[in-house]
Design a protein around this ligand. Structure first.
Ligand SMILES: C[S@@+](CC[C@H](N)C(=O)[O-])C[C@H]1O[C@@H](n2cnc3c(N)ncnc32)[C@H](O)[C@@H]1O
Length: 327
C-alpha cells in the first residue's frame, strides 16, 4: 500500500501491525537477551517462549509459523524485562529440573545447582560399596527380590543438613538411595518450599523436614542415627559475598550463601557434631567451594573422629566434595 497518497492516509492509521509469528518472536527475543548481556540468549529465549506458551521447547520449531497471541506477547515482554534486570531464569519459569525431579524455584530457597546433582552421583557410586561392607544397625531391611544385588538389601536412613528446596533429601528418597530422609534447615521459608516440593514428588511418607537453630543438630533427638549424612552447606567466605554475580547475591537467600570468615562455619560444625549422629558404618558427603578442599580435609582430620577423609572432583575438575567415615 502506498501511504503517501492522500486518500490512503486514514486506512494506514487504522492498519494494525501484524503480530509476529513464533519464529520471528524467537529471533527478536534472542537478540534482545544477547544485547542485554545474557550469556546463553538462544537457549534462554527458547525456554522463555516455550514457558509462556506452555509448550515443549521441541515444539517451537514445528509451530514456527503460528502467530504469537497478543496477550502471550505482553507476558513475554514482562518476563524479558525481569530477566534483563537480573532475575534468574528459573524464578521466571517457576521451576528447576534437578535429576529426576521438577522442583519449585523462587526466592524462598537456593536454586539447586548442577554440582549438587554431581554430589548425588558420587553418593550413588560410593555408597553401595560402603554399604556392602557392613549393614547398618538402624537401616531398613527391604524384601530381597530374586537376583537383587546384596548391597541393595539394606538402605540407610539419611540426614540432609541445610536442605533448602529439599533437592538432596528428595533425590535420596526418590532414587532409593535412602529409605527415609530427615532434612534440616534454619530457614522457615526454605522449609516451606521443601515441603511443597516433597508433596509434589509424592514423598511425604519418606521425607521429614525439621527446623533448626544455628546449630543444625539441635533439630535432632539424642537417639537419632543415620547411615548417610549429606550436606551442601553455605560456603561462601564473607569477603567474597559482595563480588558474587548480582543474580546470585540478590536472588538466592543470604543464609544459603554466607559461610563465615573462611566459608567453613557449617563445615566445621558438621565435622565436630556429626560423629554423634552417624552410624559406625555410615558415610558423610559434603559439597564445598572449589578452593576449600585442603582446608576442609584438614578440619576433618583435626577433629580426630573421622577416617578415610578424601576429596573428590566435580566435572570441571575442582575438588568439590568431601567424603568421610566415622572412626
Ligand atoms: C547452599 S544452600 C543448599 C540448599 C540445598 N541443599 C541445595 O543443595 O540446593 C544451604 C542451606 O543451608 C541452610 N542453612 C544455613 N545455615 C544453616 C544452619 N546453621 N543450620 C541449618 N541450615 C542452615 C540455608 O538456609 C540453605 O537452605
Amino acid at each position: 500500500m502506498n501511504c503517501s497518497r492522500p486518500d490512503s492516509r486514514s486506512a494506514c492509521r487504522l492498519r494494525r501491525p501484524e503480530p509476529p509469528n513464533l519464529r520471528e518472536a524467537l529471533q527478536a527475543l534472542t537478540r534482545e537477551l544477547r544485547e542485554g548481556g545474557v550469556e546463553s540468549p538462544t537457549v534462554e529465549a527458547e525456554r522463555l517462549l516455550s514457558h509462556v506458551l506452555g509448550i515443549d521447547r521441541t515444539h517451537l520449531a514445528l509451530e514456527g509459523g503460528t502467530a504469537l497471541p497478543v496477550e502471550v506477547g505482553k507476558r513475554l515482554a514482562g518476563l524479558v524485562q525481569r530477566r534483563l534486570v537480573g532475575e534468574p531464569l528459573q524464578h521466571l519459569e517457576g521451576s528447576v529440573a534437578f535429576r529426576t525431579l521438577e522442583l519449585v524455584a523462587d526466592t524462598r530457597a537456593l536454586i539447586p545447582r548442577p554440582e549438587t546433582e554431581q554430589l548425588i552421583d558420587l553418593i550413588c557410586r560410593l555408597v553401595p560399596r560402603n554399604r556392602s561392607r557392613e549393614n547398618s544397625v538402624r537401616s531398613v531391611r527391604v524384601i530381597r527380590r530374586p537376583g537383587a544385588d546384596r548391597a541393595a538389601e539394606s538402605i540407610p536412613r539419611a540426614l540432609d543438613i541445610g536442605t533448602g528446596s529439599g533437592a538432596i533429601a528428595l533425590s535420596l528418597a526418590s532414587e532409593n538411595i535412602a529409605q527415609f530422609v530427615v532434612g534440616i534447615d534454619i530457614s522457615p521459608s526454605a522449609l516451606e518450599q521443601a515441603a511443597e516440593n516433597c508433596q509434589r514428588a509424592g514423598l511425604d511418607a519418606r521425607v521429614e523436614f525439621r527446623r533448626s537453630g544455628v546449630d543444625p543438630f539441635s533439630a535432632l533427638k539424642a537417639g537419632d542415627r543415620f547411615g548417610l549424612i549429606v550436606s551442601n552447606p553455605p560456603y561462601i567466605r564473607d569477603d567474597e559475598l559482595a563480588s558474587l554475580p548480582a543474580e546470585v547475591r540478590e536472588c538466592d537467600p543470604p543464609e544459603a550463601l554466607s559461610g563465615g570468615t573462611d566459608g567453613l562455619d557449617l563445615v566445621r560444625c558438621i565435622a565436630e557434631r556429626a560423629p554423634d549422629f552417624i552410624e559406625s558404618s555410615g558415610s558423610l558427603f559434603l559439597e564445598i567451594g572449589a578452593s576449600q578442599a585442603t582446608a576442609a580435609r584438614r578440619l576433618f582430620r583435626d577433629v580426630g573422629r573421622w577416617k578415610r577423609v578424601a576429596s573428590h572432583p566435580d566435572l570441571a575438575g575442582h575438588d568439590r566434595f568431601i567424603v568421610a567415615e566415622p572412626l
